[in-house]
Structure formats: structure tokens, C-alpha cells
Design a protein. Sequence first.
Length: 221
Amino acid sequence: MPGLFKKTTMAIFFAMGTGSSVVTSAGQEDLQVFVIEKDQMTFGVSSSLPENSDFFVNSNFFDAAGPIGLVVENGKRINPRVPGGGFFYVDSSGAHVDSSSPTRTTFNSQTLLSIIEKGEINTGLTRSGHGKSRTYRTLIGETRSGDIVFIASSRMGLVTISEIAEVAIRNNVYNGILLDGGSSVDYRFGDTRFKSMPGPVKNILEIQEPKTYIYGNFNDN
């Protein structure tokens, strides 16, 4: 997608709006930061891998029975919501990230972990045993101006929850959620493609693929 995003020396990418730019602070080099200006991308949620999209990332946590938490595709509820967590949703006003969600949405993906709410990091998560462990992680958030920020581990990016949350705060995330991480991490942003564990290895180890994905396409496509 030439002209829509570019890479800096600090592994920060940004989507370019017409006649405008995004200014962001530097993150850690083992994390990649993608900032998508409000209304520059049309988002959705899919139960199958949206491999032809400009952007996608696995989202809901899951077990053998399927995704955990709310899933809405094209206005149809695929899976019910569970208590707590946070939501990436799309309604008539666009894409949003929050610890709560309207009843009616066009697309919706619920995660079990809400990490940033109104600019404050959830220290209960950062102090937990899981939060202190180093693994592949992804975070999607929204700024107060409505930009969507996606932060993701690169191949060397084994990070704690605190580390990825601090990068999100430095990139103006006001509300943010953690998506399913570890061996599940699977994302693409333009030419950047990352999968924490290759499919053949998962097959050998009998590890299931993700059940739900957030995706987006730039609006000039």
C-alpha cells in the first residue's frame, strides 16, 4: 500500500490521511506500532482468516468449543458476550475500542483483557503472574481523537503486559485491549506479516488456529 504507511527506524508505522500526518512517539524496537487515522480504514470482524485485507489480527481468546466472548459479524451475533474484558466494535460512527459496548453494533470482538481505560493502565493485569511473563502480545486501542492504534510483537518481541501498555500510552491510546497472544498471534499490516507459530508446527503440536479476526481495508482501495 504505497503512500498509506511507512516504517521509521523505531519500528513505528502510520497510515497517512490526505494532506495530513500522524505524529507519534518512539516505542520499543521489539514492538511494532501502527497508527491508523480516523476514517482512513474500514474495519470488520471475521470468523475466518481475512487474508486479502490490508490489515488483520487474531482477536478473541478461544477454547476447544470456539471463541470466548462477543462476536458480531455484519450485524449478526455469532457468539454471546461474557462478563468483563473489553471490545473492538464498529457502529454507525466508525471503529471504537472500549471496556463497554453498545447493544447494537455492525461488528464486534470481545477480549478478556482490558488494559487501558480512559488513559489509565490496568495495574491489576500488569502485576499478575500472566502480566509479568514474556510472550508475544498484541494490543489494539483508540485515541481520544478516534485514531486506531495497533501494537504488536515482532519476532524478538517477547514482552510483558506492562511493556506493551507503556508503549500504547506513549502513542496516545486512551482505551486499549489486549488480544489473544502467545502462539495465537497472527497479523498483517500491508507488507508486514507475522505469525508467532507456523501452521505446520501447530498441526504437529495439535494447537488450534484462532477463531476470530479483526480486519481493515484502506478506504482508497
